[in-house]
Design a protein around this ligand. Structure first.
Ligand code: PNS
Length: 168
């Protein structure tokens, strides 16, 4: 892939976002500084059964990024590389929190490259203050009645609580 002068640099930030955390938002905000556009993409036919429907996650991310004019949210079905080829997107943006993340991210980046050599994955280190955040742990905390204040944006916490809070 060669750099083309004047071409708009779009980064695709794919994920499950179930729920979107402060860590995700931090990557989106920093990505929006580095790239001309960030397209947050949510897989709509993933085998992972989510708490939120893909539409609910897209809606949450739209609300959380409305202050960022160069961020868009899109859903996709099937392989990420196929969605990207169709849209003429070439860069995947992913955040890395820990060494454990690295192996999974490495496999995914190389598999995507194998499937489509035109696609580059760019990694951003998480902000240290968010490196412990994980959507699955957040779901568990809420399910067991704990507070996730400071871990997820307020609207996401409220929506999660409505779905998962233990019945009194
Ligand atoms: O937030 P996650 O769960 O780590 O995101 C994983 C995601 C959605 C980026 C990944 O599972 C994905 O790209 N799914 C779409 C289907 C696909 O292309 N699978 C092959 C990946 S090599």
């Amino acid at each position: 892939m060669t750099a083309q002068a004047g071409k708009i640099r779009v980064a695709v930030y794919p994920g499950s976002f179930d729920p979107p955390t402060h860590g995700h938002l931090n990557i989106i905000e920093r990505g929006a500084h580095v790239f001309d556009e960030v397209v947050v993409t949510i897989a709509t036919n993933t085998s992972k059964k989510g708490v939120f429907t893909p539409e609910e996650r897209m809606d949450l991310i739209r609300q959380l990024t409305k202050h960022l004019p160069n961020v868009r949210v899109e859903g996709f079905t099937g392989l990420l590389v196929d969605f990207m080829s169709k849209k003429d997107y070439h860069v995947v943006l992913r955040g890395i929190r820990t060494v454990q993340d690295f192996e999974y991210e490495f496999q995914m980046a190389l598999s995507n490259k194998h499937l489509n050599p035109d696609i580059e994955t760019v990694f951003m280190m998480t902000d240290a203050k968010y490196s412990h955040l994980s959507s699955s742990l957040i779901r568990e905390i809420v399910m067991l009645g704990g507070s996730t204040k400071g871990m997820v944006p307020e609207i996401a916490e409220k929506a999660l609580r409505e779905k998962l809070s233990p019945k009194k």
